[in-house]
Design a protein around this ligand. Structure first.
Ligand SMILES: [Zn+2]
Length: 238
């Protein structure tokens, strides 16, 4: 059984928000995201968080196939009402400096594995969206500042494939939704008709802080900073 969730971004709804009656959380009411709906397989905690870490920080690439299976079920649920058109699956790109440091884009590996598993025809489009600048840490920023920080971070490279299409933007984790909303905004500006956001995991904004924020010293240095900034972004948005 699901807890009450925002019908747009999937965040948990508090009882005060439930009383508003339209099913949206206060963030979606104040700053409507550019995606029509965001859906995640599960919460960013425990085993699911461990699997994402194995892929992203330990480069255990076969894990992408497991996460791709989860992503396939998220995409299938999002596409249930999408009619006959062939949806475009667009992984959230990394900036080229980060991609070359890591050696792969985890969102792309997960999207690729998901598309292979789904029975319907989907088109994976990895070159459509590019990250043209490395964004600064979102830590401590207000929602308005985060939106401003993300603005123009992404650029569409291949406008002609987007006209009238349904697009599913894929990422590993959604925290505040600012990144996915900015991707959706530029895709729609370039002609996409509907944009959905699909992630393997959701870091709930009303939830507890990820444990690692209190144990940063025990994390391998390579991802302690990123984990801490994810955790702080969650904290800052509460
Ligand atoms: Zn919401």
């Amino acid at each position: 059984m699901r807890e009450p969730q925002c019908v747009v971004c999937g965040d948990r709804l508090t009882s005060a928000q439930l009383l508003m009656g339209d099913g949206r959380c206060h963030n979606c009411r104040d700053f409507e995201p550019a995606f029509a709906r965001a859906l995640s397989f599960g919460e960013y905690e425990g085993g699911l968080r461990g699997l994402i870490h194995l892929l992203k920080y330990e480069a255990v690439l076969p894990v992408a196939s497991v996460l791709g299976g989860m992503m396939a079920s998220v995409i299938a649920e999002l596409l249930a009402g999408c009619g006959d058109s062939v949806p475009l699956v667009v992984p959230v790109p990394l900036h080229k400096s980060k991609r070359s440091d890591r050696g792969f884009n985890q969102a792309e590996l997960i999207a690729r594995a998901a598309v292979k598993r789904l029975p319907q025809r989907l088109e994976l489009a990895t070159g459509v969206l590019v990250r043209r600048r490395a964004t600064i840490s979102q830590v401590g920023l207000t929602r308005e500042q985060r939106i401003e920080n993300m603005r123009d971070a992404f650029q569409v490279r291949n406008h002609q494939v987007l006209g009238g299409r349904t697009v599913i933007v894929v990422d590993d984790v959604m925290t505040t939704g600012t990144t996915l909303s900015e991707c959706a905004r530029v895709l729609k500006e370039a002609g996409a008709e509907w944009v959905f956001a699909a992630t393997v995991a959701r870091a709930f904004q009303g939830g507890a802080l990820p444990e690692s924020v209190f144990h940063v010293g025990q994390q391998p240095a390579v991802h302690a900073e990123e984990e801490a900034s994810e955790a702080a972004a969650v904290a800052a948005s509460v």
